[in-house]
Write a protein that binds this ligand. Structure first.
Ligand SMILES: [Zn+2]
Length: 384
């Protein structure tokens, strides 16, 4: 890890480095922006740099040395000055004041947390996910308070990172506000959130708010190729779906996007058969929705949308290089040739509607069938 390994976010990196070199570090920060753009990565890097024993300083930049003891501890997320707070499962009872947030958790839960921390240390874009953990509770914030008031065991600046701070309960947020209101020397509190509008104004007004923008497709593509060893054309396909989120791109990497795209285009083809299409179509829809995995269905619909957009672009321009599904040039050319003059925007809208229905928990089979019948009407110019 170093500033360089953080994707994009040049403006934020400059703000933070400037604050460190000018000795104008704020007591509280709120890094906000959509999921997966590197807010935690920025916070962790900042924490490492301010604790590094021998940082490399030039005119406008300051880098961690990556070789001192402090840097090693920080990279392993084992630094006594750096605390990463995130949602934990409730445990059996967490109302006792002396409880640490983990004292009531089972061994299995603790093991899971350790595994997640390990993944986070290897990839700061990893989104920590623990079953039944959707709240940052008061016990975690009491723990923060305890750690910032105790004297430090190691020189440097103590940095507390509250990841997905919007998950704090009201009680936890109130307790956090108190900690924020009593600044401690050499302590910085960083909130990261994708939903900063849901945080109390009283907290936000006491933090320096820094917006972290979505990443460019080019940045995501080049990082997938360089760091994850993804094939360039696959990387381009993935990043066009990730919508500026590297974490999302990493999730998509685990799916076989090409196979999914093949399946969904195949279903569209069945829907567009001139005759005797119904039985085949229904069987395929059943197969697609059988596992009731909404995320997967949503992803497939997004793939279909992108594919239709490509067909539309190609039908208008005839230019290969404007296609995102670059490995599908021939098929896309054929499709747009077969349905010349089709109302693509209406078909794309039908897919968009289906996606929003999938998200709103509308029955899957019905949603897909309605969408495909609409597409059929559009492409075959059937009268409703
Ligand atoms: Zn160092």
């Amino acid at each position: 890890m170093s500033w360089n390994s953080i994707i994009g976010q040049h403006r934020v990196k400059n703000i933070l480095q400037h604050a460190i070199t000018e000795n104008k570090i704020a007591h509280g920060y709120c890094f906000w922006g959509m999921n997966g753009v590197g807010k935690d990565a920025l916070a962790l890097e900042f924490a490492k740099v301010v604790n590094c024993i021998d940082p490399l300083v030039t005119n406008n930049s300051i880098e961690a040395c990556e070789s001192c003891r402090s840097c090693h501890q920080a990279n392993k997320l084992e630094h006594p000055n750096i605390k990463l707070v995130f949602s934990l499962p409730a445990g059996k009872s967490t109302d006792s004041r002396d409880d640490s947030p983990v004292s009531r958790l089972t061994d299995d839960q603790i093991k899971l947390i350790q595994e997640q921390m390990q993944l986070k240390s290897e990839n700061p874009y990893h989104d920590i996910t623990i079953p039944n953990a959707s709240q940052i509770r008061i016990s975690s914030i009491r723990d923060v308070k305890k750690s910032v008031t105790m004297s430090a065991s190691q020189a440097g600046r103590r940095v507390v990172i509250i990841s997905n701070a919007d998950e704090m309960t009201t009680e936890a947020a109130n307790a956090f506000l108190k900690t924020l209101e009593e600044p401690h020397d050499q302590v910085t509190l960083i909130l990261t959130t994708a939903r900063h509008d849901t945080l109390p104004q009283t907290i936000l007004s006491r933090c320096q708010q820094i917006y972290c923008e979505p990443l460019s497709d080019e940045d995501i593509t080049s990082n997938l190729v360089a760091k994850m060893d993804v094939d360039p054309s696959e990387a381009r396909l993935i990043s066009s779906f990730a919508q500026g989120s590297y974490a999302k791109a990493c999730e998509f990497m685990d799916e076989d996007m090409r196979a999914m795209r093949l399946d969904v285009v195949d279903i569209l083809r069945s829907a567009l058969k001139r005759s005797a299409y119904r039985a085949e179509l229904l069987t395929k829809i059943d197969k697609l929705t059988g596992e009731k995995d909404r995320t997967r269905v949503e992803m497939m619909l997004m793939l279909l949308m992108l594919w239709l957009r490509d067909c539309y672009t190609y039908s208008l321009t005839g230019i290969d290089s404007m296609i995102i599904n670059i490995d599908q040039q021939e098929t896309i050319g054929k499709f747009s040739g077969a349905f010349e003059g089709a109302d693509y925007p209406a078909a794309i809208q039908a897919v968009e509607e289906a996606i929003s229905h999938v998200r709103r928990n509308v029955q899957l089979q019905l949603t897909i069938l309605t969408m495909l019948i609409t597409c059929r009407r559009i492409f075959l110019r059937e009268v409703a």
